[in-house]
Design a protein around this ligand. Structure first.
Ligand code: GDP
Length: 296
C-alpha cells in the first residue's frame, strides 16, 4: 500500500532533512518533486495542484528557509496537508439511526461488494455485538445470491431466504420488514453490479433506495482502477447519492491514487479499506495513520 509514494517522498525528504539550511530555490525544487511523485502515484491532477499550492503557501507563511530545522518543517507541512486531503478525522460506518439501520452496498460487478458485505457483517456482529441480517438483491445472478449465503454461513450471519421471481426492490422491502420483525440492528443489502455503469443499473439503485430508505449507501470500488474509481464514485453519487466509500484491493495497490484523491474530488469519505480476501482483512480509514504510513 502506497509503496511508490513512500519511496519517492522518502528520498525527497532525506535530501531536505539532511541539510542545515534551505534556500527558496531548494523548497521550490522539492515541491516540484513532490508534485511529480503524486502524479506518478496516480493522484488526480486537480488534487495535486491544490495540495502543492497549500504546501507552498504554508511553507512561505512559516518562513521555512529561516527556521532552525527547515527540512523537518517541510515534512511536517506535507504531513498535515496530507491528513487534510484525506479527510482529517476520518469517518466510519454510522449506525446512529433507528433499528434496523439499513446499509446499502453499491458498485460494479467484481469490485468486492459481496465480500465486503460479509466482512462488515462479521465486524458488526463480532466486535460491535449487533444483530445483522444480510440480503442479496442480485436477481440476475443466482451465483451471487449463493455466494452471499455461503459467506453468511462462514461468518455466522443470517441471510434472507430467496423467493424466486421477486424484484430487487421487493427483496429490499422484505429484508427491511424481516429486520423489523426479527429485532435486527442492521440490515445489509448487497445490490447487483454490472461490468460498467448503465442506465438500468442506476434506475434499479434509485428504486431500491426509495423502498429501503438506507442510512448508509456505501460504494465499493476497486482501488486498482485508480482514477476510474474516483469517476465511478462521482457518477454514483450524482445518480444515487452515496454516504461513503469502501476501497478494496488496497493490499495490491502500490500507488494509491484512488485512496489519495477520493475525498478531495468527491467530498465523500472513505470509510473502510479492503486489504485481502479473508473475512478479517478490512481496516478503517484513518487519515492520520495513512499519512504516517506514507511518510514513514
Ligand atoms: P462483487 O461482484 O462486487 O460482489 O465482488 P466479490 O465480492 O465477489 O469479489 C470479487 C473478488 O475480489 C473475490 O475473489 C474476492 O475475494 C476479491 N476481493 C474482494 N475484496 C478484496 C480485497 O480487499 N483484497 C483482495 N486481494 N481481494 C479482494
Amino acid at each position: 500500500m502506497f509503496e511508490s509514494l513512500q519511496d519517492r517522498l522518502g528520498s525527497i525528504f532525506s535530501g531536505l532533512t539532511g541539510r542545515g539550511a534551505l534556500s527558496d530555490k531548494d523548497v521550490a525544487a522539492a515541491l516540484r518533486e513532490i508534485r511529480r511523485a503524486l502524479i506518478e502515484a496516480d493522484v488526480a491532477l486537480e488534487v495535486v495542484r491544490d495540495f502543492t499550492d497549500r504546501v507552498r503557501e504554508k511553507a512561505v507563511g512559516v518562513d521555512v528557509v529561516k527556521s532552525v530545522k527547515p527540512g523537518q518543517m517541510v515534512v511536517k507541512i506535507v504531513h498535515d496537508e496530507l491528513v487534510e486531503m484525506l479527510g482529517s478525522e476520518g469517518e466510519t460506518i454510522d449506525l446512529n439511526a433507528p433499528s434496523p439501520v439499513v446499509i446499502m452496498m453499491v458498485g460494479l460487478q467484481g469490485s468486492g461488494k459481496t465480500t465486503t458485505s460479509a466482512k462488515i457483517a462479521k465486524r458488526l456482529t463480532g466486535r460491535d455485538k449487533k444483530k445483522v441480517l444480510m440480503a442479496s438483491l442480485d436477481t440476475r445472478r443466482p451465483a451471487a445470491q449463493e455466494q452471499l449465503r455461503q459467506l453468511g454461513e462462514q461468518v455466522d450471519v443470517v441471510t434472507l431466504p430467496i423467493i424466486e421471481g421477486q424484484s430487487p426492490s421487493d427483496i429490499a422491502k422484505r429484508a427491511v420488514q424481516a429486520g423489523k420483525l426479527g429485532g435486527y440492528d442492521v440490515v445489509i443489502l448487497d445490490t447487483a453490479g454490472r461490468t460498467h455503469i448503465d442506465e438500468p443499473l442506476m434506475i434499479e439503485m434509485a428504486d431500491i433506495r426509495k423502498h429501503a430508505d438506507p442510512h448508509e449507501i456505501l460504494l465499493v470500488a476497486d482501488s486498482l482502477t485508480g482514477q476510474d474509481a474516483v469517476n465511478l464514485a462521482k457518477s454514483f453519487d450524482e445518480r444515487v447519492g452515496i454516504t461513503g466509500l469502501v476501497l478494496t484491493r488496497m493490499d495490491g495497490d502500490g500507488r494509491g491514487g484512488a485512496a489519495l484523491s477520493m475525498r478531495a474530488v468527491t467530498g465523500k469519505p472513505i470509510k473502510l479499506i479492503g486489504t485481502g480476501e479473508r473475512m478479517d482483512e478490512m481496516e478503517e480509514f484513518h487519515p492520520k495513520r495513512i499519512a504516517d504510513r506514507i511518510l514513514g
